[in-house]
Design a protein around this ligand. Structure first.
Ligand SMILES: Cc1cc2nc3c(=O)[nH]c(=O)nc-3n(C[C@H](O)[C@H](O)[C@H](O)COP(=O)(O)OP(=O)(O)OC[C@H]3O[C@@H](n4cnc5c(N)ncnc54)[C@H](O)[C@@H]3O)c2cc1C
Length: 384
């Protein structure tokens, strides 16, 4: 049983009110126009959300992982796009620097990321390397006080807007996972540029970009962790990243359920509310039950991941199962919400249709459902 603390309940109320006032009114337009809501970043910073897992001395609010999950859930209820960009910034970038950075790196990068003056991203995926992250081809060759980076990154959330990126490259292309190094890259560095801005079916307004590194010069002091230690940085962060992102499908599913209940009360056929038909009630009951199951699975996983991390251990299967179930649940719930809306649900301006488009990404991004199943299965069976 998990009881939310006073602080966690306060975060939920604060983010819910903020999202209702500032995000809800622009969410449909963001989706339609693929519009990046950059003006929200200083506001999210002001609320302490961008540094939710970061110590106060670097500008964070140090409210913890579960608070970050709840914030993600409440943002996603109004706009999955804002929640995704928030996660890329606050978790993939800022939390990664807080966990693996040197004192100098934390002092240099975290205050701007926590306040929202700067936008963060994480760049791992490449055109030829998605699930097979160790197969990245971007190279980083040391030349005195700098590394020279060459390569292409693909599908990077916030990529076109980011000032600060955690970026993975190969310092020794023949050494497999031991040849990967994590860097902190500023978009102002020579040789860094944004390639295509990608046009997606969902999460519109959360920018996704291709990034080009053409003789991009990165100071030696911007290695995150140590040279060759990139895989350790990547692995260490995975459970936290999966638990954090697992809040997003909860918010999408809650929005879909709310919309379906409202429509079931309002729409009349055969002289009565469609919500009075037991087949519609059965769909609503399944949606509610699956969402409740996912919510407590995700909250528990966040608590376990945080406790284990404090002991220097990882809770990989707990985090992977939370996001696996939560992501697939939100697709099922959003699909039923469209069904309950009938033909109106299938129109392009329909909100519930947006929830279906948004939910699908959570089965693909940050490790696909297949990779999550592989990871859980492998851990359950264990080494021979
Ligand atoms: C909107 C969006 C935002 C993203 N944001 C970021 C970001 O901010 N930073 C970042 O670095 N990346 C980001 N990504 C990339 C994302 O993490 C990858 O898309 C994901 O890891 C899958 O890689 P892929 O697309 O290359 O698919 P592939 O790896 O090519 O997979 C294709 C299919 O093969 C399956 N498959 C692959 N390997 C196996 C296996 N061993 N066993 C069984 N099935 C397998 C997959 O499950 C999938 O069904 C984003 C992607 C999207 C779409």
């Amino acid at each position: 049983m998990i009881e939310l603390s006073e602080a966690q309940q306060l975060i939920r109320r604060t983010v819910r009110n903020f999202a209702a006032a500032e995000i809800e009114p622009i969410a449909d337009r963001m989706d339609r126009e693929d519009e990046w809501p950059g003006h929200l970043w200083p506001m999210l910073g002001e609320l302490g959300l961008l540094g939710v897992t970061i110590e106060e001395r670097y500008g964070g609010s140090d409210a913890g992982l579960l608070a970050g999950v709840i914030a993600t859930e409440e943002l996603a209820r109004a706009s999955a796009s804002v929640a995704l960009s928030y996660g890329a910034h606050a978790n993939l970038c800022a939390n990664n620097i807080a966990t693996n950075g040197s004192e100098a790196q934390k002092e240099r990068y975290l205050p701007g990321l926590c306040s929202g003056a700067e936008v963060g991203a994480l760049a791992l995926t490449e055109p030829e390397a998605g699930s097979d992250a160790v197969g990245i081809r971007t190279t980083a060759a040391r030349e005195g006080d700098v590394y020279r980076l060459n390569g292409t990154k693909m599908f990077i959330t916030n990529g076109s807007e980011a000032d600060t990126l955690v970026l993975y490259a190969k310092t020794d292309p023949d050494a497999g996972s031991r040849g990967i190094t994590a860097f902190i890259v500023e978009s102002s560095f020579d040789g860094f540029s944004v390639g295509q801005k990608l046009d997606k079916v969902g999460h519109r307004g959360s920018p996704t970009a291709e990034l080009l590194l053409e003789d991009c010069l990165v100071p030696v002091g911007n290695v995150l962790g140590r040279e060759g230690g990139g895989a350790a940085v990547m692995m260490q962060g995975l459970a936290v990243e999966r638990a954090f992102l697992a809040g997003e499908p909860l918010g999408i599913a809650q929005a879909a359920l709310d919309a379906a209940v409202a429509y079931a009360r309002e729409r009349r056929q055969f002289g009565q509310r469609i919500g009075d038909f037991q087949l519609i009630q059965a769909m609503l009951a399944d949606m509610y039950t699956e969402l409740e199951a996912a919510r407590w699975l995700v909250y528990r996983a966040a608590s376990v991941v945080e406790q284990r991390a404090a002991q220097g251990e990882r809770a990989n299967k707990e985090a992977a199962s939370a996001i696996l179930y939560s992501a697939e649940m939100s697709s099922r719930v959003a699909d039923k919400a469209v069904q309950i809306h009938g033909g109106y649900g299938y129109m392009s301006e329909s909100r519930v249709a947006r929830y279906v488009r948004d939910a699908k990404l959570l089965e693909i991004g940050a490790g696909t459902s297949e990779i999550r199943r592989l990871l859980i299965g492998r851990e359950l069976v264990g080494p021979e």
